[in-house]
Design a protein around this ligand. Sequence first.
Ligand SMILES: NC(=O)c1ccc[n+]([C@@H]2O[C@H](COP(=O)([O-])OP(=O)(O)OC[C@H]3O[C@@H](n4cnc5c(N)ncnc54)[C@H](O)[C@@H]3O)[C@@H](O)[C@H]2O)c1
Length: 249
Amino acid sequence: MTQPLEGKIALVTGSSRGLGRSHAVVLAEHGADVIVHDILLEEAENTLEMVRQTGREARLITTDIRDVGAFQKAVRDAGRVDILVNNAGVGGNRLAIEDVDCNIFDQMFSTHVRGTFFATQAVVAQMKERRAGKIVNISSIYAMGGSHFASHYSAAKSAISGLTKCWAREFAPWRINVNAVAPGFVATESRRASVSVEQIRERAEGMPLGRLCEPIDISHAVAWLAGPETDMMTGQVVSPNAGEVIVGY
Ligand SMILES: NC(=O)c1ccc[n+]([C@@H]2O[C@H](COP(=O)([O-])OP(=O)(O)OC[C@H]3O[C@@H](n4cnc5c(N)ncnc54)[C@H](O)[C@@H]3O)[C@@H](O)[C@H]2O)c1
């Protein structure tokens, strides 16, 4: 049976582990060949292997997304990109405003906002030439309702939701769809490092839908926005969050 993403090439930034790895594998299961990107090489090799196990091709880019010149060159050298998932990110540890220094702030914005901006810039010209493309930005539930003690993270993710709407308008004449996925809490390895097991259990028990989202719940939304079923959706923010947004977080 033909898969919805057959013949497509997807670039997933920050896909050596966590949600990015899940997106890479699920996009491959939907038929796409995948360009894996990350700076964690050992973990990235595992993602490559998992993509290949689906029967799809996998290649690797290993440039720091904050090094804009080198990253854009690597992306251009990689050739065609039909689907871009702007996923690379750093966790928003709980910090009061007084505890956020310029380095922490700049790391947040250079990874999330500058990374998303210039990754998109690197692929959009070729998408315009083909008059087709799907861009899925990874925002956060914290960009929807704000957060206390992670305002630097929420601000960066809010910027990504803003870019999604701007680019949806700017790229629509070329039939390039730009949407965002704003996940609720997912207990990925990096999240588990900053939240205790007890806090995760309590959070899961408070979810209206009875459990936390798993990576695959987020990846299903990404694959949907990367596929033909959403050709008429652009500038939207889709939020798989187990109902967290209804009850507050
Ligand atoms: N896990 C959650 O609860 C959650 C919720 C909402 C949004 N998100 C977002 O989803 C994305 C993935 O989150 P995750 O939990 O899987 O995190 P993660 O830390 O497990 O994965 C992020 C990946 O990005 C890579 N990365 C970071 N900085 C990079 C850089 N400068 N250059 C290249 N790669 C870089 C990391 O090496 C890592 O592999 C992030 O954008 C995060 O903000 C996560």
